[in-house]
Design a protein around this ligand. Structure first.
Ligand SMILES: C[S@@+](CC[C@H](N)C(=O)[O-])C[C@H]1O[C@@H](n2cnc3c(N)ncnc32)[C@H](O)[C@@H]1O
Length: 278
């Protein structure tokens, strides 16, 4: 079965209104493959029936299910490796020195999906602070998907998930086997605070951030949305803080307030000091 043009347009407009995710023409296959399980679960014989019901009751419970289904949650521990090397080798030692008096760090994993990114950061922070008691670390993990946040809170990962990017010694050190799954140990779970947050809606009160991971999510948005989000990220980042984006993302030509710095093999972004231009 193929989705009609009108149904595709309708789904695109709902998804864009709720999440800012742009579904361009040609993504019909994606909509079909993602909505088929939602149709089945909600007792609709076809995707067309599901969409008909959503049109009848656009603000009903199906709306949330459709948005959840249309988000791409692909992630893994230490994804792309280099940003995490930059964090452990350069950024954390530097910030720990700079914050020696206040002994506090605020880190944000924005669009954190099922939590592998936040827990990867948590492992590195816990290593960096060994033997330095009294630090207050706030590691915020946010996403638009409540299902993903629930997974993050549980800290439970399958064998397949821990096989992707997590070194064996870290698995042994920070996880406990729970039947067929592995659970992140409580000390790291306590470090990570999960919150629902739509990057393109109002943000709750958040502290100024020392490090922001905003990785592999801007790619789904149009240029004005990326610019709006980057401007807000800029106002939240501390003057000596660091922003990490995904490998296919950049602030270049979007926000002149950032400058790109290279840390080992990872690009990072810092606030441009006054007076400098792009
Ligand atoms: C591909 S995952 C990236 C996960 C992780 N940052 C990484 O790089 O591995 C993209 C995440 O962005 C979330 N997302 C999509 N639109 C969003 C929005 N408007 N606000 C917040 N999160 C959003 C999705 O739910 C998904 O979990």
């Amino acid at each position: 079965m193929t989705i009609t043009e009108a149904d595709f347009e309708f789904i695109s407009s709902v998804v864009r209104a709720e999440s800012a995710i742009v579904l361009e023409r040609g993504k019909e296959y994606l909509v079909e493959s993602r909505l088929l399980p939602v149709a089945k679960e909600s007792g609709h014989p076809t995707i067309a029936d599901l969409i008909k019901q959503l049109r009848r009751s656009p603000m009903g419970p199906l709306r949330g299910q459709v948005i959840e289904a249309m988000t791409t949650n692909e992630t893994s521990f230490f994804r792309d490796v280099h940003p995490f090397h930059a964090l452990s080798d350069t950024v954390l030692p530097e910030l720990i020195r700079a914050r020696a008096a206040e002994r506090s760090l605020n880190i944000w994993s924005a669009a954190s999906s099922s939590g592998q990114e936040a827990y990867s950061i948590a492992m590195l922070v816990s290593d960096a602070l060994v033997g330095q008691p009294g630090w207050r670390v706030r590691l915020l993990a946010t996403d638009i998907s409540q299902q993903m946040l629930d997974r993050t809170t549980s800290g439970l990962y399958s064998q397949l998930e821990v096989n992707r990017g997590l070194p064996a010694q870290r698995l042994v050190k920070h996880f406990t086997r729970q039947g067929t799954h592995w659970q992140v140990n409580e000390d790291l779970r306590r470090m990570v605070e999960c919150r629902l947050l739509n990057l393109d809606a109002a943000w709750p009160m958040m502290p100024s951030m020392d490090v922001i991971f905003l990785r592999n999510v801007l790619i789904y948005f149009d240029i004005p949305t990326k610019q709006r989000i980057l401007a807000r990220v800029r106002s939240l980042l501390r003057p000596d803080g660091y922003l990490f984006l995904g490998g296919a993302e950049t602030t270049l030509n979007l926000d002149a307030g950032f400058e790109r710095v290279q840390i080992g093999n990872a690009p990072a972004y810092r606030l441009r000091s006054e007076g400098k231009t792009a």
